[in-house]
Design a protein around this ligand. Sequence first.
Ligand SMILES: [Zn+2]
Length: 150
Amino acid sequence: MAKSDDFLSQAKRMGGLHFCPQTAEAWNEIAKILMRHCKTVEHASRVIDRFLSPGASEDFPTPGAVAQAARDTPADPKLDRPDLPAGCPDCEPYGGLWRDGKRGGVERCGCARGLKLSALDAIRAGSPELRKGGMRNAADFAKRAAGDCE
Ligand SMILES: [Zn+2]
C-alpha cells in the first residue's frame, strides 16, 4: 500500500522548478493531489515525469495542472504513447486509427496497426466513457485530422 510519503517524494522531484512551494503545507497539498488522482506511486511518478521532461515549463505547475496531468496520464504505461506499426492504405485516411466499417461508420483495421489498437481498446474497455461514445468521437477527430492534410 502506497504511503503519502511516497507521493510526497514524487512531488519533491519538482523541487528544482521555479516558484516551487516554500512551505511543507504547500508540498503536502501537491502530494495529496497526486494521491487523489493516482492509483499507484508508479503512476504518480509518470505524472511528475511530464513536468520534468525536456520542453516542459520551468515553472512549478499549479495544483490544477498537476490534477489535469494526472487525469491525462494513463495508469497503465502500455497506454502511454504506444509503439504502433505503420498503417495500411485502408486506415491511413483515418490517421491509421480506423477504416470504413462494413456496416457504415468506422471500425478498427485488420492490419498489424489496427490489431494492436484493438488490443489497446480491450485494455481500455474498463472505461465506460469509451464504450459510450469515445469511439465515435475518436473517429470524428481522425476524420478531421485527415481532412486537414488533403
Ligand atoms: Zn490498416
